[in-house]
Each structure stands twice: as C-alpha cells, then as structure tokens.
Design a protein around this ligand. Sequence first.
Ligand code: PMP
Length: 351
Amino acid sequence: MSKFWSRTAREAKPYTPGEQPNELQVIKLNTNENPYPPSPNTLEAMKRVVNEDLRKYPTPTVDSLKSVIANREGVNDEQVFVGNGSDEVLAFAFQAFFESNEAIKFPGVTYSFYPVYANLYGIPFQEVPLNEDFTINVDGMKQSIGGVIFPNPNAPTGLALRLNQVEKVLQGNPNSVVVVDEAYVEFGAESAVQLVEQYPNLLVTKTLSKSHALAGIRVGYAIGQEELIEGLERIKNSFNSYTINRVSLAGAEAALRDDAYYQETLERVINTRVWFKQSLEELGFEVLDSKANFLFVKPVRVEAEWLYLTLKERGFYIRYFDKSKVRGYVRISVGTDEEMERLLNEISNLL
Ligand code: PMP
C-alpha cells in the first residue's frame, strides 16, 4: 500500500496467475497451455514482421485479421472484435455491457478473473452455486439484472453445457448481455457462435492461446452482433487503439489459415486426455468429464494440496486452488503423451 495509490489501486484484488517456473526441465501442467508448438507457417509470419515491420504502428482496426476470423466463424467482419488475449476482451466486455448498479451472475466455481474484473469496475455480482454434479446451474443463471458470464467448457471443471442449455440462459436474460467464454471450446464442446444471428444479447469470446498454442502472443476475439462489437470498439479506442501488436497480428492470421496443423494437435491433446483420465480413474481418482485441455481431479489416499506440493518438488507443476470452494481437487493440464506418462508414473509411486 502506498500513499500515492488511487482508490482503484488500493481496492483492487488482483488475479493470481498460475506459476511460470523458469527452469526448463519442469513439466508444466498448471496453466492449460498447448504442449505442441505453433505451426512453422505461424512462426515464419512472425519472423517476417520482426525483420521488416516493427518500425511502424500496427493497423488499429485490425481489418485483415478480422476478416480471417469472420471467414472461419461464418460471420461478417463487423461481428468480430479482437483483443490482446481474451482476458482483455473480457475486461472490455465488463466495461461495455455491465453496470455498477445491476448485479451480474456467474457460476460459483468458475474462471477467477470474473470477480477480479467485477471488483475493478465496481460491478456487483451474484455467484450461482454449481449443481451437485459440478455442472452449471442453468436455471440459476436466468433472470439476471445486469448480465451473465460463464465459460463453456467451464473452468476449472472442464464440464460443458449443450447448446440448448446455453440457449435457455440467453432466453432467460432477454434484456442483458450473456458472455459465453469459449477459451477451451475447440477441445470438444459446442460453440455458441452459431446462435449469434438469433440472439442480439450474445457475445462469444475465444482465444488463440490454447487451441493455437499462442498464449505468448496474446490474441483473443469476440463474436457478436454489430451493436455489441461497436460497444467493445468504443472501450478499446478509449484505452489503447493499438492494443494488438504487429507480431501478434501476423502470427494470429497465419495460425488461423493453418487449420490442418492445429486440427491435428487438437486431436492429439484430446486423445491424451482420454487415456490419461482413464488411467487416473484406474488409480481410484475421481475425474470430471472434461471437454477442455485439462482435467479436474479429486485424488484418493492423498490430499490434493499434498499432491500438488509433492509433485512440484519433483518438477511437475499442476494447479491447486487453495482459497477456493473446491479444495479437495487439483487441475491438471493435458500435455504430450510422454509428459502424461511421466506424471502418471510419479503419481502411482506416491500412492
Ligand atoms: N477464459 C478462461 C476460462 C481461461 O481459463 C483463460 C485462460 N487463463 C482465459 C479466458 C484467458 O485466456 P487468454 O487471455 O490467454 O486468451
């Protein structure tokens, strides 16, 4: 605390990101990164910019990338917004669509950045407890006053809602914005982008961080009807019109044009998730039915916190949420087959 801090700085309750260890030898399964590298074409495109174009500002309207995204998502260019990671897109959505006198709703167990933004922007919120089986309570998400936000698949559970359930939330909130955060959708859930035409209150956010192995260049985007996208543009241009840098723009565009490569890596991650889940279940662990690139796991015979700390000492980073309502659980990102085999071996030895 400093006497120089504004009230906003004093009252901020910042998000605590997963650990980013520097040692190269560790097996890092704590922040849901893609274990495979970006495609060679993606890297080439970024190198070209580094060699030729860094002197110039990026194009603030990011037209070219928007058009590639629009094509891929089957929407118009005007229905696309691009941000510096989907975290930034979400931050802009909180500012553009949620109000300080109207409570928004999100699930009781979810992405912990939502309460952080709500606090930062002075937006009241109501946390809707999950159902017994950890699924999102769809009826509970209806009739919000200020709006709704939830990830699909949810984090950190990995459980996904079907599209008809997402529609129920949309229909239950006709006068407020429903943000569906699809950071992990490519790993097996259904995207709500196809509902955008029908629901003016729907904003879908996506990211290249996971599906396209580009967490390091920070590109995320939103799809919604024009009036929502214009709202986001107003906030962005009041903050930093050049928010996407040239290297990121080139990398994102090249990655989105390189579907075959990324499709294959997605399939690999999904296959690894399937066998790894089964193996943990064979050890007696409880594992939720994840549609994301991570598994939410309740260990048996050992405590979740002990498992997290012990694995860390041995060079395996997984995520443990010490302050959360899900204390008995850990979240494990899906790495390569080799990484998961080594982890499984280590866990088996610890039991
Ligand atoms: N939403 C959810 C549910 C996430 O888990 C994450 C990653 N931590 C994000 C959004 C943000 O991802 P990024 O900013 O890398 O696009």
